[in-house]
Ligand binder design. Sequence first.
Ligand code: 3UK
Length: 514
Amino acid sequence: AGLTYPERLNVVTELLDRHVFEGRGGRTAIIAGDLHWSYADLAEQVNRIANVLIRDLGMVAGNRVLLRAANTPMMVASYLAVLKAGGVVVATMPMLRAGELVYPIRKAKISLALCDHRLLADLEAAQAQAPELTRIVSWGDDATGGLDTLMRQPGYEDFTAADTANDDVCLIGFTSGTTGEPKGTMHFQRDILAICDCYGARVLKADPDDRFIGSPPLAFTFGLGGLVLFPMRIGAAMILPEKAGPPDLIDAIERHKASVVFTAPTAYRAMLDRLEGRDISSLRICVSAGEALPKPTFEAWAAKTGLPLMDGIGATEMLHIFIGAPRETIRPGATGLPVPGYEAKIIDEAGVECPDGTPGRLAVRGPTGCRYLADARQARYVLDGWNITGDTYLRDADGYFWYQARSDDMIISAGYNIAGPEVEICLLTHPAVAECGVVGAPCPDRGQIVKAYVVLRDGFEGNANLVKALQEHVKAHIAPYKYPRAVAFVTALPKTPTGKLQRFALREIARSEA
Ligand code: 3UK
């Protein structure tokens, strides 16, 4: 995709300051409730925070700075300020508690943190077990020595961007750790532009009058790209709702006339049940990532809104989406084609490429491929520039990639290989099912049996008749041997902070119940 960036590159010059120099400073950058910041307003806030980092907090280029906040304007400004000052952002999910914050602080050797005052308690508690964190500065509380006061100092409105190299590390994203310790993935200044210029320009194709909205936290690179980087690359606006659950998202889309939305398949399904009498006709682009998008969800969204859901698989390792499809070439049920600039292939256990139509492990190579932070797993998961994902996929004869399962989500029952997600998709087409998770439960006869954990829609009761009906539904629609021999009704499913179903947690539950 012709991605050559100058050797010296500070992304904040390209994403933010350029709009101001080139006369677009008056355009809206951020909308949050009643607050509106223009690009010029945002540029000034960023400069003020960058000055505080360097002049008051002793940060030097290359230092790692932890950020802890929900998706707020100050979180965006702090993020950009660390980048502009040449630092390395380590953003943490707002819902992490003290115990979960200790690992990234120690692993990334963090001494300085900026934190929304509402989330301070857990960070301070983590500090007790992470002595390397010596300084936490909060905002929002007008504390003496807090960020708000420091930012107001005279002469802080201008700041010269640090002279960074295009391959200087500028962010470390921690994976949600579905298996083992979270891995720190390191990304360069140029990676930030690369995702905008590959996925953003070639697949998403939004325009400067679009208004972006969505639910993923900015500490999750899905949210960072979709809500901050893609709009800023083209001078568009981002809407940051205070809460971003499905009902709040609908409210904010309606109120602020959002046109581009980034969220996960679960949120699209939850929104579908709440669209009666609502006007979301401002939407024109809807991106789904984080988990597989079932075809029935694609179809239901298209039927209600007239819009295709754009599926895309991304990963913290690759920074953002690397397989997806522009609106005109979507195949419902498939994830799509490699994003221009990326290559993808399917390999077997020995690393040999599989023929089309044969499932195997998905591997990907491209401009944003990752280096793990001090991690022996680098040797296992990155081979010859290819990132080896944990996903089983197949490629069809037309080059489209079809998701099968996470490699460790395959159920082996009486010798049959059954992909849990395939059974989930089928169950989701039953009117009683709101959400479900399907895993293997230990069984002395069959090795494993297929067990479904089901959250019911309002108005349905989980009883033996419904179990039978769900089993019949699966047998009628996919190969009968895949039907769930066990069905349990639950009020909620275990999720990661990034909103993914934790099948390993369900497997643990299934094991303990067996
Ligand atoms: C799964 C999908 C099927 C898949 C992410 C967009 O999810 C993101 O990053 P994570 O590191 O997880 C990566 C894993 O999540 N996955 C994501 N999208 C899909 N599976 N279909 C999809 N469309 O297992 C992958 O290996 O949390 C997503 C942008 C940036 C991201 N970091």
